[in-house]
Write a protein that binds this ligand. Structure first.
Ligand SMILES: [Zn+2]
Length: 116
């Protein structure tokens, strides 16, 4: 549904392409993806509310490269996609678990800040 428009090579002019409507398709693709996130967030909030939970948005940048133990943040903390090893304090964990701890901590801090 959100694929790019198929390229149309110009048979009379090798190396060039005929108009294929990609600019319009890009706008449509953006709308599809925006609606996708809007629908997802709507369902997420409704499910959380029905379960007596709350949704706390947390900015994602650096949550996967920050040490959950000491707070040191660098790309070198991620040795592989799955392995997290802090170059400052030596803390090791699965990268997803380390990031989840950081995200939970940020969410709880935001929640506490909203309550205060
Ligand atoms: Zn550390």
């Amino acid at each position: 549904m959100a694929r790019r428009a198929k390229a149309r090579p110009d048979p009379g002019n090798p190396g060039t392409f005929l108009p294929n409507g990609q600019a319009a398709k890009s706008g449509l693709n953006r709308s599809i993806h925006d609606a996708g996130w809007g629908v997802f967030l709507g369902i997420l909030h409704a499910k959380a509310e029905s379960a007596g939970r709350t949704v706390v948005p947390v900015p994602a940048p650096h949550t996967s490269r920050t040490c959950a133990a000491c707070g040191h943040c660098t790309a070198e903390n991620r040795r592989t996609q799955a392995e997290f090893a802090c170059v400052a304090c030596g803390h090791t964990a699965h990268a997803d678990v380390n990031a989840a701890v950081n995200i939970l901590r940020a969410g709880l801090a935001r929640q506490a800040a909203q309550a205060a």
